[in-house]
Design a protein. Structure first.
Ligand code: HEM
Ligand code: HEM
Length: 305
């Protein structure tokens, strides 16, 4: 914030871009306050949930005159009801997210509401049940498990969404689409095959098929050298003792094969990262969908059966 206002104070007439920039910065800080507001409200709600449960456990429903905190006490019903409200609030992100015309800041705020209140929804459901999982009736216990799976998949997705893009940019020279990665891998495989066809000596084939691939590690292993591919190739070449185990006239071709194999290994890892970025979402959405009819079934069974 201060960085953006400082140039305005020094220069009497700021260029138009400076005005634009400061406007953007202000918006960003506005959004940060929205985020903090969402987490603050979620924290207050979580404190109220724990407070209500403690009231039930240590005051209102204490045995012998009560049965301890349960789903069918007054506080149990209140927590169950709150869980449903939170489910609706959190699920609204999905609706807003799908709208084409919307403000970015608004979406980010909804995302924060989604994360913060999603966690509270997990806490409220657990405390609504008693907490009771193993001793709960199987249908209700399984419902709670599915619910916790929904929350856990969301948390996993958030962690993946933060960690994976950072790692991806550390091994990507340029932003690649999954299809580009596939094409590149196919081209590399073809090149290695052609080089092997042209050099069918046992020592060379063994080097290309076994020795070199075994020496190539996960990109994370190379630390900061990951982005300097020639260093990685040199390391593999030295570790496999390529210069000593292969005749001199094969060195250049063998180094080219190492280059292709290193590149392929890195592309493999990129594929895995791209997959991780997408794979959790269907699980999260499927559990969201599953929990809706299950919630109805839960309410019907606890009342009617
Ligand atoms: C995501 C939401 C919910 C989850 C995960 C959940 C889960 C559970 C679990 C695990 C139990 C313990 C069952 C047992 O001890 O056998 C329970 C009990 C109960 N729940 Fe829920 N519940 C939810 C929402 C609701 C709602 C909205 C209501 C009511 C309107 C409700 C009403 C009850 C009642 C009455 C019981 C006591 C049943 C008994 O002891 O037989 N629940 N719930
Ligand atoms: C009641 C609990 C929850 C429900 C019903 C729920 C539902 C959903 C749905 C339906 C989506 C898909 C949105 C879309 O693409 O249209 C979604 C996305 C997502 N959820 Fe949840 N969620 C819950 C809890 C959580 C929690 C606790 C977290 C993490 C702390 C979380 C993190 C995420 C993330 C990161 C996305 C992807 C957002 C994006 O890429 O746009 N969710 N959730």
């Amino acid at each position: 914030m201060t960085a953006s206002t400082a140039p305005l104070a020094v220069a009497p007439r700021p260029p138009p871009t400076a005005k634009k920039l400061s406007g953007k910065t202000l918006k960003a800080s506005e959004t940060r306050w929205d985020k903090r507001g969402a987490w603050f409200l979620a924290f207050v709600t979580a404190a109220a949930v724990v407070g209500l449960w403690a009231l039930s456990a240590y005051q209102i429903d204490v045995p012998p005159h009560g049965r301890g905190p349960q789903g069918d006490t007054v506080i149990g019903y209140a927590l169950g009801f709150l869980t449903v409200v939170l489910y609706l609030v959190v699920g609204m992100y999905s609706l807003r997210h799908r709208r084409r015309v919307q403000k970015n800041a608004m979406t980010r705020t909804w995302m924060e509401v989604h994360l913060a209140f999603g966690l509270v929804a997990g806490l409220a459901a657990v405390l609504h049940s008693g907490p009771r999982l193993l001793s709960a009736a199987p249908l209700h216990g399984a419902f709670l498990l599915a619910w916790l799976g929904l929350i856990a998949s969301g948390v996993a997705g958030k962690v993946i969404g933060v960690v994976v893009p950072r790692r991806l940019t550390r091994i990507e020279d340029e932003a690649l689409l999954v299809e580009d990665v596939n094409d590149r891998q196919a081209a590399l495989r073809k090149e290695v095959e052609e080089l092997l066809q042209a050099n069918l000596e046992d020592a060379f084939v063994d080097y290309a098929n076994n020795v070199a691939p075994r020496a190539i590690r996960n990109p994370q292993h190379y630390g900061r050298r990951r982005l300097r591919r020639p260093d990685v190739i040199e390391e593999v070449w030295n570790e496999t003792n390529g210069a000593a185990v292969l005749p001199a006239d094969k060195h250049e071709t063998a180094r080219r094969i190492v280059t292709c194999l290193v590149e392929e290994r890195f592309l493999d890892q990129m594929q895995r990262y791209h997959w991780a970025l997408r794979a959790w979402i269907p699980v999260h959405v499927a559990l969201t969908t599953l929990c809706f009819p299950w919630l109805i079934i839960h309410m019907i069974t606890v009342f009617l059966l």
